[in-house]
Design a protein around this ligand. Structure first.
Ligand code: ADP
Length: 256
């Protein structure tokens, strides 16, 4: 009897998990559409020569709406990962180009804060590798935008180097280092868990969801790699991850 009850409980738990996944996915889609309208029209209003006071309110509206959209996208993504529904692409892409594009996309934010965004790419890095450029881009974007977000002065450096290689497989170490606020030692071991933020006032001060690192860690691991962090409170942080790629023949896709 005990075994029967156990099987029943397991079935119920599995059904509940499926229902939760479905609910989150439907809700996220339903919320995304109106949120895009809110953001789009806020952008339009900002361009209509508002007064200084109106502009201040519109900026807050834009910040809040964009933050909510990031949260929704993150929940949707995290949910998909937890449900084991993420599929990875295997395409031939230009690694150097991808890193360049991501740096370029985040450069304006860094420059607004007076932070340098340095790139250190190993000479030996192959131009073409086979993997998922969208997911790799998502991980790098998460780490680099965090580094910029949590750094007030100094620099953020992005490095990519060859860790080991043979004729087909090449393992690449990626590193995102900053001279920012750092992460307290007692928070460091939980930092990759979902909805974890190092400081209680982080969301109010910097925005964010506490899902970016959890998503990044899962994506890296699903792609067969590993991720880690070193940080000194008040001095800065270094996030590192390694991924193995098949060598590409020639780069046939350009991303993003
Ligand atoms: P979010 O940035 O959306 O809050 P993340 O999962 O990306 O969520 O990060 C979780 C927390 O880890 C952040 O809220 C912040 O406290 C800390 N953190 C992440 N990256 C850095 C960094 N480069 N420097 C300092 N703290 C960081």
């Amino acid at each position: 009897v005990a075994e029967e009850e156990l099987i029943k409980a397991k079935e119920q738990a599995e059904q509940a998990a499926v229902a939760k996944t479905q609910f989150l996915s439907t809700m996220s889609h339903e919320i995304r559409t109106p949120m895009n309208a809110v953001i789009g029209f806020t952008h339009l209003l900002i361009q209509q020569s508002p007064t200084a006071q109106q502009l201040k309110y519109l900026d807050i509206l834009k910040f809040s709406a964009e933050n909510l959209l990031v949260l929704i996208n993150d929940i949707l993504d995290f949910n998909k990962i937890e449900a084991g529904k993420v599929e990875f692409e295997n395409v031939d892409f230009n690694l150097h180009g991808l890193i360049d594009n991501i740096r370029f996309a985040l450069l304006q934010k860094a420059e607004e804060k007076g932070i340098q965004l340095k790139l250190m790419i190993d000479q030996d890095l192959p131009d073409a590798v086979i993997g998922d450029p969208v997911r790799l881009g998502q991980i790098l974007t998460n780490l680099i935008s965090n580094a910029v977000k949590f750094t007030e002065k100094g620099k953020v450096s992005i490095a990519a180097s060859v860790a080991c290689q043979d004729s087909d497989i090449i393992t690449i170490d990626f590193e995102v280092a900053d001279t920012g606020i750092g992460i307290p030692a007692d928070k460091l071991e939980y930092i990759f868990e979902s909805f974890t933020q190092a400081a209680s006032d982080t969301t109010r001060k910097f925005g964010g969801t506490g899902l970016g690192l959890a998503i990044s860690k899962r994506l890296v691991e699903l792609m067969g790699g590993s991720i880690s962090v070193r940080s000194e409170f008040g001095k800065g942080s270094v996030f590192m991850f390694s991924l193995a790629f098949k060598r590409g023949l020639k780069s046939i896709t350009r991303h993003p």
